[in-house]
Design a protein around this ligand. Structure first.
Ligand SMILES: Cc1cc2nc3c(=O)[nH]c(=O)nc-3n(C[C@H](O)[C@H](O)[C@H](O)COP(=O)(O)OP(=O)(O)OC[C@H]3O[C@@H](n4cnc5c(N)ncnc54)[C@H](O)[C@@H]3O)c2cc1C
Ligand SMILES: *[C@@H]1O[C@H](CO)[C@@H](O)[C@H](O)[C@H]1NC(C)=O
Ligand SMILES: *[C@@H]1O[C@H](CO)[C@@H](O)[C@H](O)[C@H]1NC(C)=O
Ligand SMILES: *[C@@H]1O[C@H](CO)[C@@H](O)[C@H](O)[C@H]1NC(C)=O
Ligand SMILES: *[C@@H]1O[C@H](CO)[C@@H](O)[C@H](O)[C@H]1NC(C)=O
Ligand SMILES: *[C@@H]1O[C@H](CO)[C@@H](O)[C@H](O)[C@H]1NC(C)=O
Ligand SMILES: *[C@@H]1O[C@H](CO)[C@@H](O)[C@H](O)[C@H]1NC(C)=O
Ligand SMILES: *[C@@H]1O[C@H](CO)[C@@H](O)[C@H](O)[C@H]1NC(C)=O
Length: 533
């Protein structure tokens, strides 16, 4: 009677063995990258074997493709920048397939256009993920008859500026000063530059868009509806879908514009000039944008530090009118004719960006970064002028910190005339200026010191900036102001109110309607209501 038992035992052992074999031979299929590949073959078989489109970890160019648009070296190491795949979309079908298949095989998706996200959210995640890279979807088509253009989201601001200037000397587009920003992240996060006081933000000049939603459908403004079209103009694209392209409205500029840039130290009366700047920068003629950059600098006595205030301006007009505007509103700055540089709008981009004089405008087409570059940024909004004693207290911290620059960007003008709820970007009337805290370094081991210095200057500004909430700018992504874990609403509300104030509620409603399962998510995405705990 023992034989059958033995037989049964053998049979059982055989099944265990067989299961193990099956498990071993099938387990590579459980690798999400393999499942992804299989799924993609169904969605765009014509591109198989996906060379130049899908990069898996075993590809020899995987690291270089993953890193190529990872702009912040803080997130470059392979333990942090560790996607299961990078998909470089060459057409809309690749984008649709990536959305559908990533969802199907439970990989998170990180969408990257220009890769400038300050906290690396477009290329880093803590869960298994795919980078959908759009840098190759970058066509720009201008329609000069109706002064509009369609721009793919992988195009950069520089490429857009070049294309406009190549076709006309008297139109422009209001967007960032940096020429390498991707239209995907930059516009969907607001997009501001030195035309802001005259024409508002990039999002204030967008009239249509194409997006791939969570079901892989392509929707234009009419199909997506006004709620979603509202949300992606300042609420961040990454919470809602993959934006393929924008239709923008060009704005008129004079053939010649004028710039100036000069600095004053404390010894040269910088503090009084900053007091005066705060009174006028947001009320002066809309054609004039005077940015203030504050840094620690060497004083005239050896070893003694001071603060330098750099005034860098763009005026939409020529020297005589600029001199008269300044004479009327800000004579203390002592602007002279010889400080004024006249140029075309496209040349002013290079001037403002600070590249050497006479650099060819081909510079606008450059996309590469040559060296390792670590950085941290934070933001604030100021509603009341900072009194002189306050400035002096802040200067002490700036000197102590040493490497932190503050960039003060004046508001007013068009920014104050657009309703706070017209787009998700809520920082409008009543804002005098926005502060960006900037610190750059070039070696890993300097990270802690630089982050500490940034915090010290940020803390010193606390009494003088907006409160309840302490407002922040989405494009100046800063994970210190809050993150959500697993889409938790109560955590998301913390950063959500800082970035969007009263517009946060509407963003949540749109999100819940278009992506109820919260597929499009990151550490600072818009949550759905269903995760209301
Ligand atoms: C040197 C430098 C200068 C800057 N200057 C300015 C400035 O003058 N004005 C200003 O407003 N900002 C400025 N910024 C900030 C910049 O606007 C943001 O970093 C912006 O998010 C960059 O967009 P991107 O496409 O290059 O970045 P990415 O890192 O590719 O994307 C940023 C975010 O948008 C999402 N995203 C990207 N593309 C899409 C898409 N097609 N669909 C949906 N979601 C998408 C990403 O997932 C990520 O969450 C500057 C940044 C740097 C590094
Ligand atoms: C890389 O991995 C994939 C999936 O695991 C496999 O199909 C492919 O053959 C591998 N390529 C190389 C070059 O090893
Ligand atoms: C510039 O314009 C010319 C003709 O108007 C066109 O052929 C060329 O492609 C344009 N170049 C760019 C980079 O837009
Ligand atoms: C300030 O002075 C130090 C030497 O005292 C020098 O190394 C440094 O380069 C100077 N910085 C600037 C911005 O001139
Ligand atoms: C500046 O303004 C004063 C009066 O406010 C006037 O007398 C002077 O001529 C003006 N100078 C210029 C260059 O406009
Ligand atoms: C820069 O351009 C100006 C004219 O636009 C010219 O006079 C000058 O010589 C140029 N400088 C250099 C260094 O090329
Ligand atoms: C802004 O728009 C909202 C909604 O359309 C409206 O209720 C509100 O009155 C507007 N505010 C101003 C200052 O116009
Ligand atoms: C940091 O690293 C750089 C090289 O990357 C080195 O030159 C420097 O001495 C290091 N500094 C400290 C404080 O360790």
């Amino acid at each position: 009677m023992s034989a059958p038992r033995d037989e049964g035992f053998v049979v059982l052992r055989f099944f265990v063995f067989l299961t193990a074999v099956l498990y071993v031979s099938c387990s590579p299929l459980a690798d999400p990258a393999d499942l992804l590949m299989q799924c993609l073959q169904d969605y765009f078989p014509e591109s198989y074997p996906f060379s130049g489109v899908v990069y898996l970890q075993n590809s020899s160019s995987f690291q270089s493709v993953a890193q190529s648009y990872a702009r912040n070296s803080r997130f470059l190491s392979s333990s942090i920048l560790n996607p299961s795949a990078v998909i470089v979309a060459k057409n809309d079908a690749h984008v649709k397939g990536t959305v559908i298949c990533s969802k199907k095989v439970s990989l998170e998706i990180r969408i990257r256009s220009g890769g400038h996200d300050y906290e690396g959210l477009s290329y880093v995640s803590k869960v298994p993920y795919v980078i959908l890279d759009l840098y190759d979807l970058r066509s720009i088509s201008l329609n000069l008859k109706d002064k509009t253009a369609w721009i793919d989201t992988g195009a950069t601001t520089g490429e857009l500026y070049y294309a406009i200037a190549n076709a006309t000397k008297t139109y422009a587009f209001p967007a960032g000063v940096c020429t390498m920003l991707g239209a995907g992240g930059h516009f969907s996060g607001g997009g501001y530059g030195n035309l802001m006081r005259k024409y508002g933000l990039s999002v204030d000049n967008i009239i249509d868009a194409k997006i791939v939603n969570v079901n892989g459908e392509i929707l234009d403004r009419k199909l997506m509806g006004e709620d979603l079209f509202w949300a992606i103009r300042g609420g961040g694209g990454a919470s809602f879908g993959v934006i393929l392209s924008w239709k923008i409205k060009l704005v008129p500029v004079p053939e010649r514009v004028t710039g100036f840039s000069f600095s004053r130290t404390l010894e040269q009366g910088a503090t009084d000039l900053v007091v005066k700047w705060q009174q006028v920068a947001d009320t002066i003629d809309d054609d004039l944008f005077i940015r203030l950059q504050i840094t620690a600098a060497n004083g005239t006595q050896p070893g003694k530090k001071t603060v330098s205030a750099n005034f860098v301006a763009l005026f939409l007009g020529q020297t005589p009118r600029l001199l008269s505007v300044m004479n009327e509103s800000f004579p203390e700055l002592g602007l002279r004719e010889k400080d004024c540089i006249e140029m075309s709008w496209v040349e002013s981009l290079l001037f403002y960006f600070g590249v050497p004089k006479n650099t060819s405008i081909d510079f606008l087409l450059q996309r590469g970064l040559d060296k390792k570059f670590f950085f941290k940024r934070k933001s604030d909004f100021v509603r009341e002028s900072i009194p002189k004693e306050g400035l002096e207290a802040v200067w002490e911290k700036v000197i102590e910190a040493g490497s932190v620059m503050m960039q003060w960007n004046p508001y007013g003008g068009m920014m104050a005339r657009i309703n706070e709820s017209a787009t998700p970007f809520p920082h409008r009337a009543g804002i005098k200026f926005k502060v960006q805290y900037i610190v750059n370094w070039f070696a890993e081991n300097a990270t802690k010191a630089n982050l500490d210095q940034t915090d010290a200057v940020y803390d010193a500004m606390t009494p003088y900036v907006s409160k309840s909430p302490r407002e922040a700018f989405l494009n100046y992504r800063d994970l210190d102001i809050g993150i959500n874990r697993d889409g938790k609403f109560c955590e998301a509300e913390v950063y959500g109110l800082k970035y969007f104030k009263g517009n946060f509620d509407r963003l949540v409603r749109v999100k819940t309607a278009v992506d109820p399962e919260n597929f499009f998510k990151n550490e600072q995405s818009i949550p759905t209501l269903s995760k209301n705990y």
